[in-house]
Design a protein around this ligand. Structure first.
Ligand SMILES: Cc1ncc(COP(=O)(O)O)c(C=O)c1O
Length: 354
């Protein structure tokens, strides 16, 4: 891509499968614009419902192994709408300390007691449940599956077991796992073979290359949210073009397994290159790789020097994250030569930082 006239290689995009610019998505969006016009023009509950919305919801539900699905105008709005519909003042929300801002925002908006446990610490989660569960009516556990600023995978099987034992609902945010993990790319829930009834949330804006968010689950849950989630009821429906592009993307992500294989190859190639250079990496299980290169100032300079070397990979620093890092995200459409250019740039820049 081009930044202010300088050509750089993009290593910061969430477009993990490289679908955003895919000809088939673009054509699907154009057909939908011609058929439906540019906008949905109203709430889905009033005048904004189009057949493409339900087609997309059926496709997502089938992919995720759920009875039904509800599509929101963004992933952010999906969490902000869903959590307050499920819990209120007499309830408890328990979440990982590194959860995405919209999971935290949804919990705060709900008025429920909101407790965070240290990142990835399931023993601390259980201690919280022992201490707090009985004092509340309902309990909702919320977690990212793949964490957005680290790239690591949560121990979802253990959390699902805790949810079952302590009588809690479990909402899993699959924003960075959808399209990337699992045999058909349905996410971490598919990869782990979880069957317990879950609230599976995600976004259409990352590996699916479009825009919007969704919640998949039981027919009863989806019917309830359709009428109770304020972020669905009181906002204009997703634009038909973005819904149509996302529908095409679900089909491609599900069936073109070669894309996921290419992504995995790229991840392995980069990881091997970084290991060889000896830069410390944070644990990662998906397409996000984070490098520790020093304190806030060093990390900022490192990103600047990478940019000068033709690589776009931002530094992520406190307060967004507890410790500074360079966050790299990989795409199926990166070529081996692009990955090698990144490795060469990292080798050059890191030699000046040791
Ligand atoms: C984990 C996680 N959840 C939710 C979202 C929000 O999704 P959207 O960009 O569709 O609003 C994001 C995106 O930034 C995310 O990283």
């Amino acid at each position: 891509m081009d930044v202010d006239g300088k050509p750089v290689l993009q290593f910061a995009s969430n477009d993990y499968l490289g679908l955003s610019g895919d000809r088939r998505l673009i054509e699907a969006a154009c057909r939908a614009v011609r058929l439906y016009g540019a906008g949905a023009t109203g709430s889905r509950l009033l005048s904004g419902e189009r057949e493409v919305h339900r087609e997309l919801e059926r496709a997502l539900a089938g992919w995720k192994g759920c009875e039904d699905c509800l599509v929101f105008s963004s992933g952010y709005l999906a969490n902000l709408g869903t959590i307050p519909a499920l819990v209120g003042k007499r309830d408890l929300v328990v979440g990982d300390a590194y959860n995405h801002a919209c999971l935290r925002g949804g919990a705060e908006l709900s008025g429920a007691t909101h407790r965070l446990y240290p990142h990835g610490d399931c023993s601390a989660l259980e201690r919280l449940l022992i201490e707090q569960r009985d004092r509340h009516r309902r309990c909702l556990i919320c977690t990212d599956s793949v964490f957005s600023m680290d790239g690591d995978l949560v121990d979802l099987a253990r959390i699902a077991d805790l949810a079952r034992r302590y009588g809690c609902m479990l909402l899993v945010d699959e924003a960075h796992a959808t399209g990337v993990l699992g045999p058909t790319g349905a996410g971490a829930v598919e990869q782990l073979g979880l069957t317990r009834s879950l609230v599976q949330m995600g976004t259409l804006s990352k590996a699916l290359g479009s825009q919007g968010g969704y919640v998949c689950g039981s027919a009863e849950l989806v019917d309830y949210l359709r009428n109770r989630a304020r972020g669905f009821v009181y906002t204009t429906g997703l634009a038909p073009a973005t819904a149509a592009a996302a529908l095409e993307a679900v089909h491609i992500a599900r069936t073109e397994t070669s894309r996921r294989a290419l992504l995995r190859q790229n991840i392995a190639r980069l990881r091997a290159g970084i290991d060889k250079i000896g830069i410390a990496q944070l644990p990662s299980a998906a397409a996000i790789l984070c490098l520790r290169v020093g304190d806030i100032e060093a990390t900022r300079r490192f990103a600047g020097e990478l940019f000068d070397a033709g690589i776009f990979a931002p530094s992520i620093r406190p307060p967004t994250v507890p410790t500074s890092r360079i966050r790299l995200s990989l795409m199926a459409t990166h070529s081996e030569a692009m990955i090698d250019s990144l490795i060469a740039a990292l080798t050059k820049v890191s030699s000046r930082f040791s």
